[in-house]
Ligand binder design. Structure first.
Ligand code: UFG
Length: 342
């Protein structure tokens, strides 16, 4: 496919995997990232995987002047994939203003500059967090959104609303929001993956670090939920499969196949997996024992959520293909590689 795609947050976890998949099908990629939660070395790794070095610019999208200058100098952008955002749920409760300022202002600045530069297509990183704890499972795109549990979750809801209102007022602008379930795993090359800052909050990086001996023990947050084994249920989506959903969404916008100015899709596997099932699958896939203990519930956790992916399957023609075991093995291979490299 031909075209030039701006990927904000392109050195981050999902962003870097998406840059690889975009380049694999022939897109030119320009990354803008402030490296607040990633490193410039990721650009080298992307080059090693794809044989092509994406252009890279380091700045924060809150800086409207720099962003405007960037769009003036970097001509011919066909579409933007907007990953750049803060994403730590707990931190967002401590520092809500940082989250609102960064996540909302970045999107607003991006739209302003896109409009000035005549760039009409946007794919946005949303999250299943917008559904809260739904009454009925699996969740479809029609499932009502709920009041967010955290400022982070609220930024996803408000950003979706900004996109809805903006595309309504500016019919030239077309957007797709992808509502990710729980992205996990790493590129099969083990050259890129998730690089958690300090002690991981998310389950799979914590599991991998525990298996690697970096953490003495995993805490399983609760076994008294109303689920078959008592632990929480999530829909764990392979990060490469997720990256491919972005490439398809870009193709849909560029080919003008979208049915409305703002579309949104659930991106998950459609399968609910409990924390204990995931641990079991990790041990089976990697042959590593994970030392864990059951502790109390974590504040703010929902009991269970998994996607109905019918819309993404039928409208986008996208489906997750990786098995849970192979995805967990990729997370383990990545963990070992970063451990070896230090
Ligand atoms: N868990 C543990 N122990 C840990 C970490 C997690 O038992 O050390 C459990 C959690 O209680 C939860 C499951 O593993 O049941 C998954 O937890 P994660 O922190 O990996 O993911 P969450 O579902 O809490 O959050 C993810 C994203 C958020 C997003 C949310 C949407 O990290 O950005 O999904 O539901 F908002």
């Amino acid at each position: 496919m031909k075209g030039k795609i701006l990927v904000t947050g392109g050195t981050g976890y999902i962003g870097s995997h998406t840059v690889v998949e975009l380049q694999n099908v022939g897109f030119d990629v320009v990354i803008v990232d402030d490296l607040s939660n990633s490193t410039a070395a990721v650009v080298n790794q992307i080059e090693e995987i794809t044989g092509k070095r994406p252009a890279f610019h380091q700045f924060n999208l809150q800086n409207l002047e720099l962003l405007g200058k960037f769009f003036k100098e970097c001509k011919g952008i066909d579409a933007v994939i907007h990953f750049a955002a803060f994403k730590a749920v707990g931190e967002s409760v401590q520092k809500p203003m940082n989250y609102y300022r960064n996540n909302l202002v970045s999107l607003i600045n991006l739209f302003e500059c896109m409009e000035n530069a005549g760039v009409n297509n946007l794919v946005f990183s949303s999250s299943c967090t917008v559904y809260g704890q739904p009454e009925h499972l699996p969740v479809t795109e029609q499932t009502p959104r709920q009041t967010a549990e955290s400022p982070y979750g609220n930024t996803k809801i408000v950003c979706e609303d900004i996109i809805k209102d903006y595309t309504h007022a500016n019919p030239k602008i077309q957007a797709i929001a992808l509502r990710y379930f729980n992205p996990i795993g790493a590129h099969p090359s083990a050259l890129i993956g998730e690089l958690p800052n300090g002690i991981p909050n998310n389950l799979v990086p914590f599991v991998a670090q525990t298996a690697a001996g970096i953490r003495p023990q995993l805490s399983v947050f609760g076994n008294d939920y109303d689920t078959p084994d008592g632990s929480c249920i999530r829909d764990y989506i392979n990060v490469v499969d997720l990256a491919k959903a972005h490439v398809i969404s870009i193709g849909r916008l560029l080919d003008q196949k979208n049915e409305s100015a703002f579309e949104f899709f659930n991106v998950g596997t459609g399968k609910g997996v409990s924390v204990l099932e995931l641990l079991n699958a990790f041990e089976k896939a990697t042959g590593q024992k994970v030392n864990y203990k059951i502790v109390g519930r974590r504040a703010g956790d929902i009991e269970q959520i998994y996607a109905d992916t019918t819309k993404a399957n039928s409208v986008l023609g996208w489906k997750s293909v990786a098995t849970l075991e192979e995805t967990l093995l990729s997370a383990w291979n990545w963990e070992q590689r970063i451990r070896i490299k230090g």
